[in-house]
Ligand binder design. Sequence first.
Ligand code: NAP
Ligand code: G4F
Length: 330
Amino acid sequence: MSGKKRALITGITGQDGQHLSELLDAKGYEVYGLIRGQRNARREAFVAEFPFVHLVEADLTDPTSLLDAVRVSEADEVYNLGAISHVGYSFRNPQLTADVTAKGVLNLLEAVRSSGRSDEVRFYQASTSEMFGGLDYNRPGTGYHEESLFHPRSPYGVAKLYAHWIAKNYRESYGMFVATGILFNHEGERRGLEFVTRKITDGVARIHHGLQPHLVLGDLWPKRDWGYAGDYVRGMWQMLQHDEPDDFVLATGETHSISDFLTLAFAEVGIEDWTNYVKQDPEFMRPAEVDILLGDPRKAETVLGWKREVDFPGLVSRMVQHDLQAVLAP
Ligand code: NAP
Ligand code: G4F
């Protein structure tokens, strides 16, 4: 075996998994990625773009496959990014969300524990600002921090809260190195088209090229603390290099509405008044909404030295510029 550090990433085909694979490869890691299902187009595309990743077939709902993945990879660091991660979808499929996003974490922690290597493995759990819920009573003026009260507002948020606490429980019960990153929304050119930012930048690019007449969205007033995914995966890695396992918020400390995002995105293609290009449909509204998310990243900045580099206008601009090319690709 080479002297390289070894990492196992679940959710490797997702936005963060792609950024993290690149980061760890650049740092000289041997990267293993958990991939589910049979051969399909997404897998082929992933292999073409990330040939350095060793793929291991497994599923977060299948404990035996996870034990195999931990054993085969002999990972020093396990990053659990796999999840049903779409909040709207979680209302339509709450049981699957619980199986994957909540119990899947327990399955993976147990796989590490029973592999006999739990003393050597550092584990990252992808926790989320959705656990806070964005309500008036629990929202500090300076933004949510690691000790803020939780009040999840979706089956996804509730599943992630279980995942967060079972991860902390394995740290406290078994002395495992388990860090949780409470990450606020992070976006970029690899964001799935089902999330609002990428739906907007893809739509703006299509409208600009005459490929689509308008965008259909849900509520436009909710506010999010939006950062760039590349900055956030750096923070995940920093959490696992720290002396002690701990919980860290990653956020920008700014919050903007979907309308603000629309204004900057349309301005990028010279459209000042976007109202005629955006329609609303209840299909994209949720039974319970998270009104406003604002994070306080001071602990990560002070303890880890983490700092985000891309600001809000920079994020919108890079996504629109990317999609202006991407929508024309064959
Ligand atoms: P994403 O793009 O939706 O990717 C989700 C990944 O999970 C995909 O690779 C998917 O694989 C995998 N997955 C789904 N079901 C699975 C199963 N049963 N077994 C194994 N893998 C499964 O998510 P992301 O934006 O990269 O986010 C990464 C993690 O951070 C997620 O846990 C998310 O909940 C959390 N998070 C994200 C944000 C954010 O703003 N992006 C903020 C806070 C927390 P397939 O390709 O096979 O579907
Ligand atoms: O882009 P979204 O779907 O992201 P959301 O719900 O904030 O969740 C994302 O961030 C979380 C961190 O806080 C992650 F944990 C989670 O995994 C995911 O990555 O929706 C953002 C906002 C919501 O208020 C939604 O109601 O945009 C609103 N929205 C309005 N129209 C829409 C749409 N969202 C989507 N996906 N599609 C719409 O057409």
